[in-house]
Write a protein that binds this ligand. Structure first.
Ligand code: GTR
Length: 415
């Protein structure tokens, strides 16, 4: 998406806008009327009146609807875990944390496909530490300037300094502004990250080279399904790592990987907290609003992210039996955070907020707490209950502000 910043003065106020693809609706007045499927009414029309009915009937129903219509059905893991810690060092150039790198077999087979997990572990206090587990877009080496991080050997997109889809020193640290490792570790949390392309390369034919190729065709899953599944394999490993308190694992992701974090949090209830940063269409934003990115557009640009069935909802959102507030509700009763950014209109900030709001009745039914606001809160003022939300000033990104809000939220729920 081409982004361009325009600054203009309106009534003496300076407002900065991020240009978004044209031909899409950014006008709230033009959002069509829509009716959301009720998370608390079963498919055969019965009201969900108790936590038991939610757990036994409605939750499995919604989960399998998302499998069938949106993200696909992922295979059961082999149950075997093979991994090798190939780096464990205090020498990170930062006194707040040490580093570990682990090669993890995805299929449980010693010689099968592998992914690299990069861990930054706090030096302060004594472990085991709670952890943010995340995927990254460009390789573990892109998240920090640390010269010891192994450069990914997986496919990467060609961009500045990158040729033949092979990563190099050219992209070391290119995304470091999004990863506030110092703040995270100095507050006593570990950070774990895996390159999504180690699980499946992010392109239309990625299925052929990624983990999906290893499983029988009977499993109709998607790239987002595969990435989320990979996060769970990362968590399998973390359960064995004595530095980490895997009962306090927070799955967090940005944008397409925010969509993935939501599906991972919905699919794997071992994740104690789920965080979606600017996840937009196919993530937290309500599809029926057709604000900014639409189902048709996302299926056209990124057909591999979702199952084929999802394409039948192009210009046909109301026919989809689920909407994204129900994905949020699948995380209940575990804490959930959804974050937006003012200039990220492509991701429909209001639609992301409304998903949180319409998931809240499920949290209330389960006695898990509430979402303590009825309206979208003021810019840069996080609201944190069982569900947290903020709309940050600025663009589509992950910033120090976002990390502080997530750390505050985690502290609130863990301490
Ligand atoms: C955009 C896409 C969004 C979002 C974003 C990203 O091009 O339209 O849905 O996922 O990419 O992942 O950065």
């Amino acid at each position: 998406m081409k982004k361009l910043s325009l600054t203009f003065a309106l009534l003496g106020l300076s407002i900065s806008l991020e240009a978004q693809p044209s031909g899409f609706n950014y006008d709230e007045a033009k959002v069509p009327e829509y009716k959301l499927p009720d998370p608390l009414t079963t498919e055969d029309g019965k009201k969900v009146t108790s936590p038991k009915i939610w757990q036994d009937i409605r939750r499995p129903e919604i989960f399998s609807l998302f499998q069938k219509h949106v993200y696909g059905r992922s295979p059961k893991p082999s149950g075997k875990i093979h991994y090798q810690v190939f780096d464990d060092s205090l020498n990170t150039g930062n006194e707040n944390y040490r580093r570990k790198q682990v090669e993890i077999s995805l299929s449980g087979k010693k010689n099968g496909p592998k992914m690299d997990l990069l861990l930054y572990i706090p030096n302060k206090g004594t472990g085991p530490y709670p952890i943010f587990l995340t995927l990254n877009f460009r390789g573990n080496h892109s998240i920090s300037k640390d010269p010891e991080v192994r450069i990914t050997r997986s496919w990467v997109p060609n961009e500045k300094g990158i040729k033949n889809n092979k990563a190099s020193e050219a992209t070391r640290g290119m995304r470091s502004s999004r990863w506030d490792v110092s703040q995270i570790t100095s507050r006593g949390y570990a950070l774990g990250t895996i390159y999504c392309g180690d699980i499946e390369p992010d392109h239309r034919n990625g299925r052929v080279d990624g983990i999906r190729a290893q499983y029988p065709e009977a499993y109709t899953w998607s790239a987002i399904g595969a990435w989320a599944w990979g996060l769970s394999r990362g968590l399998d490993y973390l359960e064995k790592d004595k530095d980490i308190d895997a009962s306090k694992a927070i799955v967090m992701g940005h944008s397409r990987l925010g969509k993935t974090a939501l599906w991972a949090g919905a699919s794997d209830t071992r994740f104690a907290i789920t965080i979606s940063n600017n996840s937009g269409c196919g993530g937290a934003a309500l599809s029926r609003r057709r604000f900014g990115e639409t189902v048709k557009r996302i299926n056209t640009s990124f057909p591999h992210w979702f199952v084929d069935q999802y394409k039948t909802y192009n210009d046909n959102e109301d026919a989809c039996p689920v909407d994204q507030h129900q994905l949020a509700a699948l995380v209940a009763p575990r804490p959930l955070y959804i974050a937006s950014a003012v200039q990220d209109r492509w991701a429909d900030p209001r639609g992301e907020f409304l998903a949180a709001k319409h998931a809240a009745p499920v949290y209330e039914l389960l006695g898990a707490g509430t979402f303590p606001t009825k309206d979208i809160p003021p810019v840069d003022k996080p609201v944190q209950g069982a569900i947290g939300y903020h709309i940050r000033s600025g663009k589509h990104d992950v910033t120090t502000f976002d990390w502080k809000a997530y750390l505050d939220f985690a502290d609130k729920h863990f301490n």
